[in-house]
Design a protein around this ligand. Structure first.
Ligand SMILES: [Mg+2]
Length: 266
């Protein structure tokens, strides 16, 4: 009874679920990730003329320092066409490795909460992955590379201090600026949003912005991590309160329910 009263006054704990895509909505074991790494290394050698012997270590280091290898390459002085980079890195991926995931689709559909994608990848890749997984009708919005970087900036935009490293003009997770931009565009209140990602670094920034965090692909909770799931399929066991809230929301005649029903009919 007390819980119901609280729900009516302050609304549900979560109003939005925010999802990374790669290695979050599908498992690392799918085999897509090593193909991306291979293509990035090939791009660095053939298009940017970087020495083959250093390329793998360099790509990994830039990824660790900047969230994406692309953002790192821009930081250390390389410039290139973003569409060319993305089509080289993602264009030839073996997307057939990704299979339709009706279990995840049902889980997402059983939650009457706004769901938004937040990925550093380009739109074509996100659309392809979501469609391979059979999740096209599960999300209300997509924040991706093009949303965060609508123009090709030649100067540095962010002021985040990544220790003493040179700064990148690319806006992407884990930079706080990327999160703030995503909140504005998708009209998200981080205090009422649950964020799912496989990158611990992204989760650590996420936590400082006020988001509630779920580490996907690991069962260990650590600093910056509120919940940890081996697989996104475990979400119901790990976060039963999401479904309990959904039941409360449909039982209690408060304004949120009307809004959901209206949008479904429209
Ligand atoms: Mg990821």
């Amino acid at each position: 009874m007390e819980k119901d009263s609280y729900q009516q006054v302050s609304g549900p704990k979560y109003e939005c679920l925010l999802f990374d895509v790669d290695d979050t909505l599908y498992p690392l074991s799918s085999g897509i990730s090593p193909e991306v790494t291979k293509n990035i290394a090939e791009y660095m050698v053939t298009k940017l003329g970087i020495d083959q012997t250093n390329v793998t270590e360099m790509a990994v280091q830039l990824y660790k320092d900047y969230g994406t290898t692309m953002a790192g390459l821009r930081a250390i002085g390389y410039d290139f066409d973003y569409d060319d980079y993305h089509s080289f890195v993602h264009g030839q991926l073996p997307y057939e490795l990704l299979k339709s995931d009706p279990v995840l689709r049902n889980l997402l559909h059983s939650l009457p909460i706004k769901k938004v994608i937040f990925s550093n990848a380009n739109e074509a890749h996100v659309v392809k992955v979501i469609s391979r997984l059979g999740l096209e009708d599960c999300f209300e919005g997509v924040i991706c590379f093009e949303t965060l970087n609508p123009t090709h900036n030649s100067s540095v935009q962010n002021d985040d201090d990544v220790s003493q490293l040179p700064k990148t003009p690319v806006i992407c997770k884990p930079f706080e600026e990327a999160f703030e931009k995503a909140f504005k565009i998708a009209e998200i209140n981080p205090e009422k949003t649950l964020f799912f990602d496989d990158s611990i670094r992204n989760l650590k920034t996420a936590k400082t912005t006020g988001l509630h965090t779920v580490w996907v692909g690991s069962s260990h909770r650590t600093t910056g991590v509120d919940h940890a799931l081996e697989s996104i399929h475990n979400v119901r066991e790990a976060l039963p309160e999401l479904w309990e809230e959904a039941i409360v929301a449909s039982d209690v005649p408060y304004s949120g329910k009307t809004a959901i029903e209206t949008s479904v009919r429209a």
